[in-house]
Design a protein around this ligand. Structure first.
Ligand SMILES: Cc1cc2nc3c(=O)[nH]c(=O)nc-3n(C[C@H](O)[C@H](O)[C@H](O)COP(=O)(O)OP(=O)(O)OC[C@H]3O[C@@H](n4cnc5c(N)ncnc54)[C@H](O)[C@@H]3O)c2cc1C
Ligand code: FES
Length: 313
């Protein structure tokens, strides 16, 4: 395995990101997506669910690295030291990555950003993923179930071929509900159309979400209405990925109500969804795909608060 590691300047701590040149161990199609498995033990050792890696791409006229969520790491066994990413090919960087072959080397920086905070008490966790946003939730589901927590999932996509690895979603969870916008797989509609039913059925006490930002806004608002603590991994356009350029800022509401711009690459990508001032962003929730039947208002059951679950003061 060809692997070279060096820590990022001025950050000697063992949790800090490293820059590695790593061998591609596998590359395969996963429905509409591509999976790359990289030999990167220094990143695998440090990584936690929710963090991302920045890959250098050699496509013409591309200077910037491309950020991808860490979909899985293996710390033990035959595949120890591997880091997987899943991506959709659409622009020059991701199209170039589809041409990377097994045994090629790729320059990677990671792990970057903040991980998902894990609940500090026993609580049923609902993981909601849209498109390739499901990838880091598999890694999170693994971590939560190893801690003895119940994990349920809602997996949404535009079409059936954009549902990422349905078998893995079923394997990792107590229950999984699929939605597609064209109705080609699972329930017809969006993840928010099944949200209430799943929360009730599974007794979900916390929500984690990853996917397109309009979906994260919709999920955060549903969680706020039901007073369920929510953590979201945002996908903000990034340039440097290490906190220097301020390309990736998002408005975050502090406890005193003041809104502060935070950098998604180092203060995130994981944020408390209830703290994002979504109304000050460009992310709009689209019109509903499914018109919901009117339901009688039921009194809300008492639920754990942010302070209970994440230990936030
Ligand atoms: C924290 C994070 C995690 C991500 N995880 C994944 C993943 O697991 N799988 C996946 O397929 N994609 C993921 N993305 C999006 C991915 O980074 C973009 O699809 C990719 O950078 C596009 O590069 P491109 O050259 O193909 O396209 P282009 O659109 O030509 O990219 C041009 C520039 O815009 C930036 N850019 C474009 N789209 C995005 C975007 N959606 N988010 C951030 N920057 C963007 C690129 O980095 C590049 O600098 C993630 C983005 C972030 C911020
Ligand atoms: S991408 Fe440069 S500061 Fe976040």
């Amino acid at each position: 395995m060809a692997t070279r590691a060096g820590t990022i300047e001025g950050r000697p701590d063992t949790d800090d990101p490293v820059k590695v040149t790593c061998e591609v161990l596998a590359r395969r199609r996963e429905g509409a997506y591509w999976l790359l498995s990289l030999a990167a033990p220094a990143i695998a050792d440090r990584a936690r669910p929710g963090q991302f890696v920045n890959l250098a791409v050699a496509a013409p006229d591309t200077l910037l690295r491309r950020p991808f969520s860490i979909a899985r790491v293996s710390k033990q066994g035959m595949a120890a030291g591997t880091v997987d990413v899943v991506f959709a090919a659409h622009g020059p960087g991701t199209s170039w990555l589809t041409g990377v072959d097994v045994h090629d080397v790729v320059d990677v920086v990671g792990p970057l950003g903040t991980p998902f905070p894990l609940p500090q008490r026993q609580v049923a966790c609902l993981l909601i993923g849209g498109g390739y946003g499901v990838a880091p939730l598999f890694y999170l589901a693994d971590e939560l179930t190893r801690r003895g927590l119940r994990v349920d999932m809602i997996v949404g996509a535009a079409t059936q071929d954009r549902i990422l690895n349905a078998i893995e979603a079923k394997r990792l969870t107590a229950s999984v509900t699929f939605t597609t916008e064209d109705g080609s797989y699972g329930e017809h509609g969006r993840v928010t159309d099944v949200f209430d039913e799943v929360v009730e059925r599974c007794g979900s006490g916390v929500v984690y979400a990853c996917g397109p930002n309009p979906m994260l806004r919709a999920v955060s608002e549903r969680c706020r209405e039901r007073r369920i603590p929510v953590q979201v991994a945002v996908e903000e356009h990034m340039a440097c990925g290490i906190g220097v350029c301020f390309t990736c800022v998002l408005p975050i509401r502090r406890k005193d109500g003041q809104v502060q711009m935070k950098r998604a690459c180092i203060d995130g990508p994981v944020f408390n969804g209830a703290r994002i001032a979504w109304e000050d962003t460009r992310y709009e929730i689209g019109p509903p795909l499914v018109v919901e039947d009117e339901v009688d208002e039921q009194p809300e059951p008492s639920r754990p608060t942010d302070a209970d679950v994440w230990g936030e003061s």
